[in-house]
Design a protein around this ligand. Structure first.
Ligand SMILES: Cc1cc2nc3c(=O)[nH]c(=O)nc-3n(C[C@H](O)[C@H](O)[C@H](O)COP(=O)(O)OP(=O)(O)OC[C@H]3O[C@@H](n4cnc5c(N)ncnc54)[C@H](O)[C@@H]3O)c2cc1C
Length: 457
């Protein structure tokens, strides 16, 4: 393993993850660091930050995939950006092991580490789940889901076998949290409008199913709003099963705890997240859920007190919620907290670097939630103010259009929305993205044209 330890000319701040927390922390650091004061190194397996709240709209084709990601190098001038995974952290000796996808792993030393590696899907040991389901945490998954659903329509339109066709057109979503409901309703909206383009398909052929273990959906909104969302989905023809578990989906045969069984070609898992499992291979303190434990000033803290030089925020951290909200006293994992924790974290790292001992505490009282439920439909809750339908949808677009980092992306997203409003929804899949050489291989394997005898003069 190549060693890049002791390679520093100046103190290094290593930011693990270039998502909401990582990108904004690095930007804040770069803005406020003095010339030559420290090197900011950001490591992420992707060369871009993904604005996750837009994934449902990317899947539905309302936002172009490239517009929902923010390029790291372009937006972090002056930082060292490494496209690779951090696979373990040895904080006692202050180095991290870094693995580029197509290169040898190496070790990089640092003075301060910022843990911003986010969360991963919390998959349960349900038979068939790992083999057959897809989640939504990456832009590639959003693109694949869209192409998969739309291709299923195209395939089903030619199927004569009723059972096969039913399976192709049954879409199961497990998990009725914010992300799961947004994804399901956005895709249902897209699929229903796409069905109209097929002469051999009707809306009645398509079945969308929501499976939720709790007795309600969307814990982020109040009871009344959550009940309305369920009624709204049922009015749209979506089968909503509450207090129901997915028990088995071996070979895409779905078995539910309410006794129902059916085949479904599409199973989407949105039943929660857990902290990045990479943290388990570090010597930093984590709680029983795998989150790094931090104080309200975002310094990592273990049983023996503050761990000097280690900081964490966002989905991979258990950040105390000083506003009194949150779950069990901790901030819930969402972008609203992540983007507000980042500047506090950057200011505190800077203070520590300069030998100061006073740190800012993170405090944020949640401003509410906005969700899109397909074109022109939404739900929102801002304190006691509750909105449904078009108004909530406009609030959702206005908030997230403003919240995506960088002016470049804001303009592209709003531009996209404007063009779609004028030109209509684009419900067309791109085929074979995962096998781009398919056509060339077919061409190379095709028979040569039979030789004809040269015409006699
Ligand atoms: C579909 C969906 C919809 C959502 N909608 C909303 C919403 O409407 N409102 C809201 O407030 N929140 C929403 N959220 C949640 C919100 O996006 C997250 O809480 C927020 O992005 C957390 O920020 P983060 O920086 O902690 O993690 P992330 O933004 O996920 O960033 C983590 C980064 O770490 C990188 N990484 C992972 N492993 C490694 C490794 N080993 N080494 C280095 N880097 C690594 C990842 O590539 C990623 O770039 C949604 C989430 C999803 C999935």
């Amino acid at each position: 393993m190549a060693l890049i330890r002791n390679s520093k000319l100046r103190p290094r701040i290593l930011v693990v993850g270039g998502g909401s927390v990582g990108l904004l922390t690095a930007q804040n650091l770069l803005k406020n660091l003095g010339r030559g004061e420290a090197t900011v190194t950001v490591v992420d397996p992707n060369p871009y930050m993904t604005y996750l709240p837009f994934l449902p709209e990317v899947a539905a084709g309302s936002i172009e995939p490239r517009h929902a990601v923010v390029p790291l190098r372009r937006n972090l001038p002056g930082a060292e950006v490494i496209t690779a995974k951090v696979t373990s952290i040895n904080h006692a000796e202050k180095f991290a092991t870094i693995e580029p996808e197509n290169d040898e792993a190496f070790e990089l030393d640092y003075d301060h580490i910022v843990l911003a590696s986010g969360s991963v899907a919390r998959a349960l040991p349900i038979p068939g789940l790992k083999e057959n389901a897809i989640a939504l945490k990456r832009i590639e998954e959003a693109v694949a889901l869209r192409d998969h659903l739309l291709s299923r329509l195209a395939d089903a339109a030619l199927m004569e076998d009723d059972e096969e066709r039913r399976k192709a057109l049954t879409f199961v979503f497990v998990g009725g949290g914010f992300a799961g409901i947004e994804l399901l309703t956005e895709l249902e909206d897209m699929v229903r409008s796409a069905v109209a383009q097929y002469e051999t398909l009707t809306e009645a052929d398509v079945r969308f199913v929501l499976v939720e273990a709790l007795g309600r959906v969307m814990p982020e909104v109040g009871e009344a709003q959550a009940r309305w969302v369920v009624e709204h989905m049922r009015e749209r023809g979506i089968d909503v099963y509450l207090e129901t578990f997915l028990q088995d989906c071996t070979d895409k045969h779905v078995k539910l705890s309410n006794g129902e069984e059916f085949d479904a070609d599409t199973i989407v898992w949105s039943a929660g997240v857990k902290a990045n499992p990479m943290l388990i291979d570090s010597d930093l303190p984590i709680n029983e859920r795998g989150n790094v434990t931090v104080r309200a000033d975002l310094r990592v803290e273990g049983d023996d007190g503050v761990v000097e030089g280690a900081w964490a925020a966002g989905d991979n951290a258990a950040v105390p919620d000083l506003s009194g909200g949150g779950v069990a006293g901790f901030c819930v994992p969402n972008a609203q907290h992540a983007v507000r924790q980042a500047p506090v974290l950057a200011a505190n790292v800077l203070a520590a670097l300069r030998g100061e001992t006073e740190f800012k505490q993170y405090f944020h009282k949640t401003i509410g939630s906005v969700a899109g439920l397909g074109l022109y439909k939404g739900v929102s809750q801002m304190g006691d103010f509750e909105a449904r339908g078009l108004l909530a949808w406009l609030m959702h677009r206005a908030y997230h259009g403003y919240a995506i980092p960088t002016m470049d992306r804001k303009v592209r997203v709003f531009g996209n929305w404007f063009l779609s409003a004028v030109l209509g929804r684009d419900a067309m899949p791109l085929a074979d993205l995962d096998v781009p050489r398919k056509n060339f291989v077919e061409a190379a394997n095709s028979k040569p044209a039979p030789k004809k005898e040269a015409a006699k003069a």
